[in-house]
Design a protein around this ligand. Structure first.
Ligand SMILES: NC(=O)c1ccc[n+]([C@@H]2O[C@H](COP(=O)([O-])OP(=O)(O)OC[C@H]3O[C@@H](n4cnc5c(N)ncnc54)[C@H](OP(=O)(O)O)[C@@H]3O)[C@@H](O)[C@H]2O)c1
Length: 510
């Protein structure tokens, strides 16, 4: 990877979970791999009183627990890294706090022989979203933001999801951010896009010539995108109950996956060329109208069950969850892409918590051959009839066991013409002997390098919310919410399988 330019990195919400589990470990790894300059400084900002020393101790503990390279407690590499970290206590709405922050950063520049008037700044907004706009306004008022046209330095802000909780709040957030920052300075992060295997979707599609000719309605019957989590709400019940699977997973990660799977080839790999194609694709999906919501979606909520031997309580008994909550912990959706390439091909999205296993996979199912040449051969030898007729399927596995699988029908050796589906498989781990960088490593480095390809643009956020809004409104309008219970540790409500299978049958794909 390219080495970053010097920058001061300020993390707002530095006492939080994300900072400890993801951001600090990512920065440590980048520094360890020699990808940050030695003069890089990290300043944590949060309301809790803390000294630089206390912050450094916390950072070292977090690195021992969460870092990819598992440094030893008290080791020299930990000390070197933590000595470049500082802490500023402050309130997110206090101009005094932001002036103090500026004084600290300028002083650190001076100690490192850096001219503050030409210094780069990366602000990471890792607080609850309710304070994002306020932080950015304060940064603007207290002179932290440089002119986007100034070639001698840059200021960038990474903004964590969620980008609003509906279209209206997303637009309000965008308005707040863009009243101070130019769009070129805003890096909205969706860590799914930092995953190697998600980026490989683009490499697979546009770096090879054999699949692209098949990538359309003539050959593809339907597409499944699955993001299954085996975890429940894990102590974040209060947050999750206000959000639900549609907002938490579909609006961002799943629509991003869909966009990468279905978009047209960009003219170049330049950030805006890629993002233009994603926006075009998302804009071609007709939003589900309020009255169609039950034809196109199934909602579920988990009830008590067992996952890997661990007892999971009812969702309604999780801390922070309202006892009468109808928040969905599972959703299955059918979407269409109304463009020349995909008209008539259903895209089924399915995501949930407390499912059997953790799995993110895209399955592209191809149409059956035009003639069923082998269908007259009857199954008299215990070979499953359905198996012989299975259509080809291409599976892109994002996590775990990242890889690609192509299922093809093959003749079973012997005197009869009997076909069985067999997989051609390619597993990353076996092919590349390199540990891939973590998603946050890749994305933070990209932000420092000024490459916004893997970050979400304002129009992408808004078009994704437009899609989700109709569904939310449709659900909110139901007198009796259609929410199906499913046992934790299963693949979700039976109604979701039925909905998808019936729909596939109706479209004639089975
Ligand atoms: N955790 C994850 O795995 C994850 C994954 C994806 C996205 N995110 C997003 O990343 C951001 C940070 O996540 P997190 O889990 O680290 O959040 P968090 O622990 O809830 O909050 C981060 C910090 O923000 C401050 N804070 C909390 N509530 C606040 C409030 N009402 N007003 C002002 N400050 C407040 C707290 O620090 P002080 O009280 O010391 O100021 C807290 O330590 C959130 O927007 C979250 O949605 C998190």
């Amino acid at each position: 990877m390219k080495k970053a330019e010097h920058a001061t990195i300020v993390i707002f919400g530095a006492s939080g979970d994300l900072t400890k589990r993801k951001l600090i470990p990512a920065l440590f790894q980048l520094a360890k791999d020699g990808l940050l300059t030695e003069k890089t400084t990290i300043v944590g900002f949060a309301r809790r009183e803390k000294s630089h020393e206390q912050f450094r101790v916390e950072i070292e503990d977090a690195l021992v627990e969460f870092s990819r390279s598992k440094p030893e407690a008290g080791s020299g590499e930990l000390k070197v890294f933590s000595s470049s970290c500082y802490y500023q206590t402050g309130n997110y709405d206090s101009s005094k706090s932001f002036h103090n922050l500026k004084e600290l950063i300028d002083k650190l520049d001076e100690e490192r022989g850096i001219d503050s008037a030409k210094a780069n700044r990366l602000f990471y907004l890792s607080t609850p979203p309710s304070v994002f706009s306020g932080i950015v306004a304060m940064l603007g008022q207290s002179g932290h933001i440089s002119d986007p046209n100034d070639r001698s330095r840059w200021t960038r802000a990474i903004v964590e999801k969620p980008f609003g909780r509906d279209l209206e709040t997303a637009c309000a957030l965008n308005k707040g951010l863009s009243s101070v920052l130019d769009e070129s300075q805003i890096y909205r992060i969706d860590h799914y896009l930092g995953k190697e295997t998600v980026q490989n979707i683009m490499a697979f599609r546009f770096g090879n010539s054999i699949f692209e000719p098949l990538w359309n309605r003539r050959y593809v019957s339907h597409v499944h995108i699955t993001v299954a989590e085996a975890v429940c709400v894990e102590g974040r019940g209060g947050y999750y109950d206000n959000s639900g699977a549609l907002r938490d997973m579909v609006q961002n990660h799943m629509l991003q996956l869909l966009a990468l799977i279905a978009m047209e080839p960009p003219a170049s790999f330049a950030p805006d060329a890629v993002r233009d194609e994603k926006v075009k694709l998302l804009s071609a999906i007709p939003p589900i109208e309020m009255h169609e919501v039950n034809e196109c979606s199934v909602r579920g909520q988990y009830a008590a069950g067992t996952i890997n031997g661990k007892l999971i309580p009812d969702y309604l008994r999780e801390g922070g969850v309202k006892p009468s909550s109808v928040t969905e912990t599972f959703v299955a959706l059918k979407l269409h892409v109304d463009n020349w390439r995909w008209a008539g091909v259903p895209f089924y999205l399915r995501t949930g918590k407390a499912l059997t296993e953790r799995l993110t996979e895209v399955n592209i199912e191809f149409r059956q051959p035009p003639l069923a040449l082998f269908s007259h051969i009857k199954d008299d030898e215990a070979i499953e009839e359905r198996g012989r007729m299975k259509p080809n399927m291409l599976s892109l596995r994002v996590q775990p066991n990242e890889g690609i699988r192509l299922s093809i029908g093959m003749k079973v050796p012997g005197p009869k013409m009997i076909l069985e589906p067999k997989d051609m498989e390619f597993c990353y781990e076996n092919v590349f002997d390199i540990e891939p960088p973590g998603a946050y490593e890749r994305l933070i480095l990209d932000a420092i390098l000024g490459d916004s390809t893997l970050f979400i643009r304002q129009d992408e956020v808004e078009v994704a919310w437009t899609l989700v809004n109709g569904i939310l409104e449709g659900w909110a309008n139901e007198e009796l919410p259609h929410i199906h219970l499913y046992r934790a540790g299963t693949w979700g409500p039976y109604a979701a399988d039925e909905f998808i299978d019936n729909d596939i049958r109706k479209t004639g794909a089975l």
